[in-house]
Write a protein that binds this ligand. Structure first.
Ligand SMILES: [Zn+2]
Length: 82
């Protein structure tokens, strides 16, 4: 049987309702706009799940590619900054 992990809670972020910010502004995620993309990574440098940012599935996929591209170029961190 699987042991139930105690004390683990979901991140304390309320799911946002509303349109995808990329669809709304007719934008595409782009590694050159890495300052904008930094809104979609957590303080642990992880990509935030789309339910918390209300990004649609199409743009979440593209966002992942562009974020990784920006990381590779050193524009965004792989690890949280000390
Ligand atoms: Zn979208």
């Amino acid at each position: 049987m699987m042991k139930k992990r105690q004390g683990q809670r979901k991140p304390n972020i309320k799911p946002k309702k509303g349109a995808c910010p990329f669809c709304k502004n007719n934008l595409e995620p782009d590694y050159k706009n890495y300052k904008e993309l930094s809104n979609f990574i957590s303080d642990r440098a992880k990509i935030i799940a789309s339910i918390y940012t209300s990004v649609c599935a199409k743009h979440q996929r593209r966002l992942g590619v562009q974020l990784k591209r920006a990381r590779h170029l050193g524009l965004l961190p792989y690890l949280p900054q000390a």
